[in-house]
Design a protein around this ligand. Structure first.
Ligand SMILES: CC(C)(COP(=O)(O)OP(=O)(O)OC[C@H]1O[C@@H](n2cnc3c(N)ncnc32)[C@H](O)[C@@H]1OP(=O)(O)O)[C@@H](O)C(=O)NCCC(=O)NCCS
Length: 163
């Protein structure tokens, strides 16, 4: 079994990060918490296995929060998502952030459970927020995972303890 490694993305990874985010989320613009973010301008972490890109996380700093904008494991169940989240949490703690936040949608029960198992808790549910986001980003599907209509944004947080 070849090990997965995670590192901060550099300028040479820019195109690959943009490609993954666009493929997985429709375009590089990510709407969350009422703001539109350009994933190309965000910080990013990449996971690799045998030289192949197997995962991408993008992050933005918002005051005391580090927001995980996107998380994508291109191979599932191999620890890629966990390693990327760990890396984001460690980096957030190192820069003195108060919490790591991540938004997902009401259809993505897999992601909610994944983050819960990693210590995140739901801190806000914004009903209709994804319907409003879809007006700005029509690529957001109306029907999401498991045939569930996508309407609401679910925000989760991991509080970081100070030094
Ligand atoms: C959510 C998502 C990022 C999870 O990524 P993943 O790489 O499959 O997650 P992991 O492999 O780290 O963990 C999944 C499970 O596999 C297990 N696992 C299997 N093989 C493993 C290995 N070699 N090392 C570590 N964990 C392993 C983990 O224990 C974990 O189980 P648990 O959650 O019950 O603890 C991934 O499903 C994904 O990309 N989803 C689509 C995009 C999305 O919804 N993103 C989140 C919203 S922004």
């Amino acid at each position: 079994v070849t090990r997965v490694t995670v590192r901060r993305a550099g300028p040479a990874d820019r195109d690959a990060v943009e490609r993954v985010v666009s493929e997985r989320w429709g375009t590089p613009s990510i709407v969350s918490r009422g703001a539109v973010h350009d994933a190309r301008e965000a910080g990013a972490f990449v996971a690799e296995r045998s030289g192949d890109l197997v995962g991408v996380a993008t992050v933005v700093v918002d005051g005391d929060d580090v927001e995980l904008l996107t998380l994508d494991a291109l191979v599932e169940g191999a620890g890629v998502g966990t390693m990327l989240v760990d890396c984001v949490v460690q980096t957030a703690a190192a820069v003195g952030a108060r919490r790591v936040v991540v938004c997902t949608t009401n259809d993505n029960e897999h992601a909610v459970a994944f983050y819960r198992r990693r210590g995140f808790e739901v801190c806000a549910v914004r009903r209709g927020a994804v319907d409003r986001a879809r007006e700005r980003k029509p690529e957001i599907p109306a029907i999401g995972r498991c045939g569930i209509p996508v309407h609401d944004e679910i925000e989760m947080e991991l509080l970081l303890t100070g030094p």
